[in-house]
Design a protein. Structure first.
Length: 80
């Protein structure tokens, strides 16, 4: 089943396009964002949740809150 596009960074300029998607088959969220490489941020994260080799931490801008909230509501529960 095709992924469902929820929204893209409203300030995108065509490149570096953070976006939010949902997998209708599972209800899982997919986030496209900027990979976090700041060692201080990664150190804080790994103190609570070690990052497995197949995982990446991504950052989405605060201006995308409404898009993320839309993914969490508005029919997201119906996807499971």
């Amino acid at each position: 089943m095709a992924l469902r596009f929820i929204g893209i960074d409203p300030n995108t300029n065509g490149g570096n396009c953070p976006s939010v998607w949902i997998d209708p088959a599972t209800g899982d969220f997919l986030f496209q964002g900027w990979e976090v490489t700041d060692q201080a941020d990664l150190a804080q994260i790994t103190t609570r949740s070690p990052i497995a080799g197949h995982e990446k931490i991504v950052r989405l801008p605060a201006r995308m809150r409404e898009i993320i909230a839309e993914a969490c509501g508005d029919g997201a529960a119906d996807l499971r």
